[in-house]
Design a protein around this ligand. Structure first.
Ligand code: KG4
Ligand code: ZN
Length: 373
């Protein structure tokens, strides 16, 4: 029987302090523990993540979080023996807030050094796709990988779980950021994605016709359109009874705006994917036609997006694997998952690797190729 690889994952790239133990057992990633300490309460009053506060909160929370993640696999052993029973330690090393990344990577390096085990530096964006493989059946490759998070909207051709070719990405803010900024315009607290989804549930998504980009993942026009619905520029406001600059929004109108805005953001993601698909794989015998659509990242928790992705996958006759809700948002199980897959290939990183604020997996082009000028 194949050997089980056990990896500890550490995640401190933004505003979640997380640790997890994952086993790679007969080709499957099995999550043994998954502990996430969210900093939402720390940052909520500022309407977004404050980097210095995030680093400090990681420092305070990381050791208790690590202990809690090791506890379920301790089997009565002392912490040091439990650590020694691991095969490797994986840590998110990019992209993210540099002060926050430094906390996790320093801790992971120190632990790995103290027990003389390999350390693996993991790209957080790529790890979101492995989030869709945790506790799941093996994936059929090639696969189309979609990451929709606060920092990234990106599509990858995945030849296997670790071999990713970036195909497209947003030319401006990521879709999660568009949710968060839209929520701020509507007076909703941070993080805005779940708040918009909640408010949208009692609104009419056809009430406001927002411009939906057809070819690329560009959300800046949509944010401006929402701003203009809330505070119309003087010329457009003229003669409009429904939205007078500075007038308070009624609850019903806010719900309609949330529903219409959410629908436009989701449509923009789907249109971008449809455009790419028709460019590359409309012919069923086209090379490297994906067999599966893998989806991860915080925005993949959105119910409307999940159902539209299901319709997309159905239309292309491919399998759909979306991370379950608890693995969509930032977590360390996805980091440990990448670590386990890399450790199985005998890979390790030197202890002197440096964390980086930017992902190495930047798209080589945006989807706007061929867009009429
Ligand atoms: O992946 P994630 O936890 O962190 C990053 O890597 O950025 O994603 C966080 C993003 C935030 O922008 C948040 O508003 C968004 O995911 N989000 C959602 C939902 N839940 C979280 N967006 C839309 N609908 C949701 N239910
Ligand atoms: Zn993330």
């Amino acid at each position: 029987m194949a050997q089980v690889l056990r990896v500890l994952g550490v995640e401190t790239s933004c505003d979640e302090t997380a640790a997890s133990v994952v086993d790679l057992d007969a080709g499957r990633l099995r999550v043994r523990s998954n502990v996430v300490s969210s900093q939402i309460a720390v940052h909520a009053e500022y309407g977004g993540v404050v980097p210095e506060l995030a680093s400090r909160a990681h420092l305070e929370r990381l050791l208790p979080t690590l202990r809690a993640a090791l506890e379920p696999v301790a089997e009565g052993r002392a912490c040091r023996e439990t650590l020694a029973s691991l095969d490797a330690i994986a840590v998110a090393s990019r992209p993210g807030l540099i002060g926050s990344l430094l906390v996790g990577t320093s801790a992971a390096k120190a632990l790995a050094w103290s027990i003389d085990h390999p350390v693996l530096a993991v790209d957080h964006v790529a790890a979101h796709l492995v989030g869709a493989m945790l506790d799941a059946e093996p994936v059929a490759f090639p696969s189309l990988g979609l990451v929709v998070s606060g920092g990234h909207t990106a599509l990858f051709l995945m030849r296997d779980a670790l071999t990713l070719e970036p195909l497209a990405g947003t030319p401006d803010d990521a879709v999660g950021e568009a949710f968060d900024k839209g929520a701020a315009l509507l007076g909703l607290p941070y993080p805005g994605g779940p708040q918009i989804e909640r408010l949208a549930a009692r609104g009419d998504s056809s009430a406001v016709k927002f411009p939906v980009p057809q070819l690329d993942f560009s959300f800046s026009g949509l944010k401006t359109a929402l701003l203009h619905e809330i505070q119309p520029p003087p010329r457009r406001a003229k003669g409009r009874a429904d939205a007078v600059s500075g007038a308070p929004l009624t609850d019903d109108r806010r719900a309609d705006l949330a529903a219409s805005y959410q629908r436009a953001l989701v449509r923009a993601v789907i249109h971008g994917m449809e455009h790419l698909w028709s460019e590359r794989w409309s012919d069923a015998s086209a090379p490297e036609r994906p067999k599966t659509l893998l989806v991860g990242g915080g925005v993949a928790a959105n119910g409307l997006l999940r159902s539209e992705l299901a319709a997309f996958a159905n239309a292309q006759s491919i399998a759909l694997q979306i991370a379950p809700l608890h693995y969509c948002l930032d977590n360390a199980a996805m980091i440990a998952g990448v670590g386990a897959l890399r450790a199985a290939r005998g890979e390790r990183d030197p202890l002197d690797f440096a964390p980086q604020p930017i992902s190495l997996l930047r798209p080589t082009r945006t989807l706007s190729v061929g867009r009429p000028s």
